[in-house]
Design a protein around this ligand. Structure first.
Ligand code: PA5
Length: 443
């Protein structure tokens, strides 16, 4: 089994009766999901996507990725939120944070995920003079951050390679039929890929949104999909032993006891972007109607030297979910040094992963003693297969958890508020009335 939920450290926080008490609600959430009759049921395309994905498009994604790897030194991916995080998370989890520096092949950079001119200038500098391609990703086709970065990079590509060649190097992932980006892509003849109508941004990594950049990175998307498909088979079944549902139940039991912050943690820095992906998935899904667990994240042992104090002794409002990667991608044997000048020979004659594991075990025990519930998700490794597996596990858990919380886990109405204000302050036509009101507030 490539993933297991370990609840042994929860025994002093959750009693067996509590699992039993919440189970009928889990059952109801499962039935609602499968019957597709709950809030947000228009966005359940992810549920069987690992089985029902568009095979013809999948082949086109592989062909496009092969072409990009062949004719480009750099692929710039422009996208934000669900149109960004999943791809980068999978690439870094599987290939490592320094894949661009360590690989001889294609470099992959992400932009359109902020409005920082400094960041975009750095991306421009990384592309200038190189053979580059662009994958612009936006379901709506109108997201400001993405559109602005794409406008700048497209101009650079046209200036450097000419319009005709540029048009062969722009790949648009967007709505099947509508939106500014789709119209532009059709007019220019760019290859296009589809964000399915019934798949929301944070559930889109296993559509073309994530699969094209992931395949371009040289990762087997067959393996990613196989992992997700196997997880789908396992976690789509109603049972008290369904770990995805059990995890959703644990989150809600703890939330109802005042543990309103979940910190997702991993002892592998390559998991950093997976943490970010998880934060979007759960944050956008659950944070509404004045409810929700606040999803936070740490990389340990790094953050034990910053957040460790708070977790050990601060306000008792959180629980921790540790993604325990049983086998790191690489190990390092610690040799014994003659003279033991640094006093570290007690660590020698073993692999560094053993030291990392002892740090994890010691921390779990210390935090449990400090009154912090500890949930452990054990995963064999961060292979493409297991990352796909983990993604589906979190999807199922999140959907169930949202229904346990009685929210619509598939919308994100709150995301619009900042956009409205930003457009008004920037003088976008149609927002005139709001402009004066906001400017008065800022005075
Ligand atoms: O989950 C979501 O829906 C959001 O995070 C979107 O993915 C994000 O806002 C990007 O939207 P779009 O793909 O329309 O550019």
């Amino acid at each position: 089994m490539s993933l297991a939920l370990n609840t042994k450290h929860l025994s002093s926080f959750i009693k067996e009766e509590e699992y039993k008490a919440i189970y009928p609600q889990v059952e109801a959430a499962h039935k609602t999901l499968e019957a597709k009759n709950g809030p947000g049921s228009d966005f359940l395309g992810w549920m069987y996507l690992p089985r029902d994905y568009d095979k013809e498009e999948f082949a086109r994604i592989k062909a496009a990725a092969a072409k990009i790897r062949e004719d480009s030194d750099v692929l710039v991916v422009a996208g934000i939120g669900g149109s960004y995080l999943g791809a980068r998370a999978v690439i870094e989890a599987v290939k490592g944070m320094y894949h661009n520096e360590l690989d001889n092949g294609l470099k992959i950079y992400f932009c359109g995920n902020s409005i920082s001119p400094t960041y975009l200038n750095d991306i421009i500098a990384l592309c200038k003079g190189k053979r580059f391609s662009i994958n612009v990703i936006s379901k709506s086709g109108t997201t400001t951050e993405t559109s602005l970065a794409f406008r700048v990079l497209r101009k650079l590509l046209e200036d450097e390679m000419g319009v005709e060649e540029a048009n062969k190097r722009i790949y648009a992932t967007t709505d099947r039929a509508k939106g500014t980006l789709k119209q532009l892509a059709d007019a220019q003849g760019w290859p296009t890929f589809v964000v399915p109508d019934d798949v929301g941004g944070r559930y889109s990594v296993l559509s073309a949104v994530g699969l094209l950049p992931i395949a371009a990175a040289g990762i087997s998307i067959d393996e990613v999909m196989q992992g997700a498909a196997d997880a789908m088979e396992r976690f789509s079944v109603l049972s008290p032993d369904n770990d995805a549902y059990k995890y959703a139940a644990i989150r809600n039991i703890l939330y109802r006891k005042g543990k309103s912050i979940e910190i997702l943690e991993c002892y592998e820095p390559n998991f950093t972007l997976m943490n970010e992906w998880y934060k979007q998935l759960f944050g956008e899904s659950e944070g509404k109607d004045n409810k929700g667990l606040f999803p936070a994240s740490c990389i340990f042992s790094t953050d034990l030297h910053s957040m460790g104090q708070f977790i050990q002794e601060g306000a008792r409002t959180m629980f921790e979910t540790i993604v325990d990667v049983r086998k790191p991608a690489q190990d390092l044997f610690i040799e014994k040094l003659e003279g033991n000048f640094d006093g570290l020979n007690f660590l020698a004659d073993q692999n560094m992963s053993v030291v990392n594991r002892k740090a994890m075990e010691g921390t779990i025990l210390a935090h449990t003693d400090g009154g912090v519930p500890e949930v452990v998700i054990e995963v064999d490794d961060l292979s493409a297969y297991n990352v796909g597996y983990l993604i589906y596990f979190f999807w199922r858990a999140c959907a169930c958890s949202g229904y346990l919380l009685s929210v619509n886990p598939f919308n994100q109405p709150g995301v619009e508020s900042y956009k409205k204000n930003m457009f008004a302050l920037l003088g976008k036509p149609g927002y005139e009335n709001l402009t004066a009101e906001l400017e008065a507030k800022l005075k």
